[in-house]
Design a protein around this ligand. Structure first.
Ligand SMILES: C[S@@+](CC[C@H](N)C(=O)[O-])C[C@H]1O[C@@H](n2cnc3c(N)ncnc32)[C@H](O)[C@@H]1O
Length: 260
């Protein structure tokens, strides 16, 4: 999901059907509450994906716009809620005038932007003076009770390149750094905290498939190495695996709120 990468429609449909309920939906109420989303407020959801945060804000009576770089994500978002305003656009160059929104939120996306500081400056620009910018991202890898040992194990088998690919998700995970970046973009930081959640997968195999095959790592290692990772994942993830084989991995996110 880099700046220019367009995902196929089937991937966006799968994201909405599988990953929104299993992972992304849980953070939206917390983010909306922290951002002061309320009836009548004009809310922008930056890198909205299939629109879970936008929909949550709309359900609270806000007037909502979602913007994302991927047309396929927006197609799925539009299907679910055609009455909301869905726009194609880059977080680093938002297609909106200064001060168009009362609240700007962004969930689980800032770590993918090549220039997060530019995106935060854009969020600060399009919010009205006195308005709120709130950002939620995955916390640091070394604080993730299940993902940290999983990545360490994968690195033992696949080498340090595996670490780079598997840790991309966590690279904006320093809470103080994120608060510093948002503050440097202009608004005053009013809240910074960690939020506990859960990453659910139907099985250890499904967990491994998602982690490995959503990165180029899968093309860069042998079938044998991949099999070793699959097998050892059963041991590493055992503390988070239920009797029915499903995985519930603790996941820590960082939340920063600022007022313009
Ligand atoms: C993991 S998804 C999160 C989507 C949504 N916020 C959610 O919580 O379900 C990351 C999203 O960021 C979008 N994205 C990545 N880089 C972007 C950019 N530079 N500008 C706008 N959207 C971007 C992707 O297209 C993708 O929809």
């Amino acid at each position: 999901m880099s700046e220019t990468f367009q995902i196929p429609l089937e991937a966006a449909e799968m994201y909405e059907a599988a990953f929104v309920p299993a992972f992304f939906a849980q953070w939206a109420p917390t983010l909306c509450a922290a951002a002061g989303v309320a009836a009548g407020r004009r809310v922008l959801d930056v890198a909205c994906g299939t629109g879970i945060v936008a929909r949550t804000a709309a359900d609270q009576g806000a007037t909502v716009t979602g913007v994302d770089l991927n047309e396929a994500m927006l197609t799925v978002a539009r299907r679910a809620r055609p009455e909301l305003d869905w726009r194609l656009g880059n977080a680093q160059k938002l297609p909106f005038a200064d001060g168009e929104f009362d609240v700007v939120v962004s969930q689980m996306a800032l770590m993918f932007f090549p220039d997060p500081a530019a995106a935060l400056a854009e969020m600060a620009r399009v919010v009205v003076p006195g308005g709120t910018v709130a950002v939620l991202v995955p916390g640091a890898l070394d604080r993730q009770a299940a993902f940290a040992p999983f990545v360490a194990m994968a690195a033992r088998h696949a080498g340090s390149e595996a670490v780079d690919l598997l840790t991309a998700y966590f690279r904006a995970g320093d809470l103080d750094e994120l608060a510093g970046l948002l503050g440097a973009a202009g608004p005053n930081v009013t809240e910074q905290r960690r939020v506990d959640g859960i990453y659910r997968a139907p099985s250890v195999d499904a967990f491994v498939t998602t982690e490995v095959e959503s990165t180029p790592l899968v093309e860069r290692m042998s079938a044998e190495t991949y099999q070793q990772i699959r097998e050892e994942a059963r041991t590493v993830l055992a503390p988070f695996t239920a009797d029915d084989g499903s995985v519930a991995a603790p996941f820590e996110a960082n939340l920063v709120v600022a007022v313009a």
